[in-house]
Ligand binder design. Sequence first.
Ligand code: NAD
Length: 250
Amino acid sequence: MTSSSLHGRTALVTGGASGIGRACVAALGAAGAKVHLVDADRDGAAAVAAETGALAHVADLTDPEAIAGLPADVDILVNNAGVQHVAPLHEFPPERFTALQQLMVTAPFLLMRRCLPAMYERGWGRLVHISSVHGLRASPHKAAYVAAKHGLEGLSKVAALEGAPHGVTSNCVDPGYVRTPLVEGQVADQARTRGIAEEQVLDEVFLGRTAVRRLIEPAEVADVVLWLCGERSGHLTGASIPLDGGWSAS
Ligand code: NAD
């Protein structure tokens, strides 16, 4: 996959202190973009900024006032920050449900609302949303996450239709399980609770529905994001790109 240079472009990446967001910050920066990294984790954000040359902004994206203080004049917006909460629907804590919608649907909406005017003025923009295979498929006990990612998919399609006349594309990237601290922690936890080896948890629990029997690396997700942010992707909009090793094909 080739990508044009992003020299002269400015990007904002949410959740850039860890995992997929961190890989996106590194990839966009290496392609020449000036990158604003937004994260609630002050130390993590500072470390990635020092490593990549990005500008760190510390903000809790569930707080609309914090979003109102972030840069609005960007060419590229990567909505990546997200969290998981696992519980059966009839026991799901309502406040956690609301918090996940706030972080993974309302924050992307507020950021797009903020960043679109400058993109429209320039006649160019790239909105990329890190959704999930759970934006396309459901799993039990993930009510808030599945609802939020499906919501994000809908939001992206509306942005694609409205942005097209202004040279702005909007797409979702939909990974299966990615090798990030979040997933590695879950594998270790499940191995402990089930009393089985981590390899067995990976194979049976995490990769049970996946034809490609390995986790995706964050850099592989960032490669697709980078291509979506380039000059050669202008006709791809309103799409959801499954990086799920065949999960959604089955
Ligand atoms: P991660 O936990 O490694 O990183 C998430 C980052 O978001 C962290 O730096 C965290 O501090 C930040 N964050 C969390 N809540 C925040 C808040 N309220 N305000 C600001 N920042 C906040 O996670 P990851 O695995 O890299 O996931 C990134 C995105 O990719 C998420 O949207 C996730 O749903 C999605 N995704 C992950 C996987 C996976 O297997 N890891 C699979 C599919 C989709």
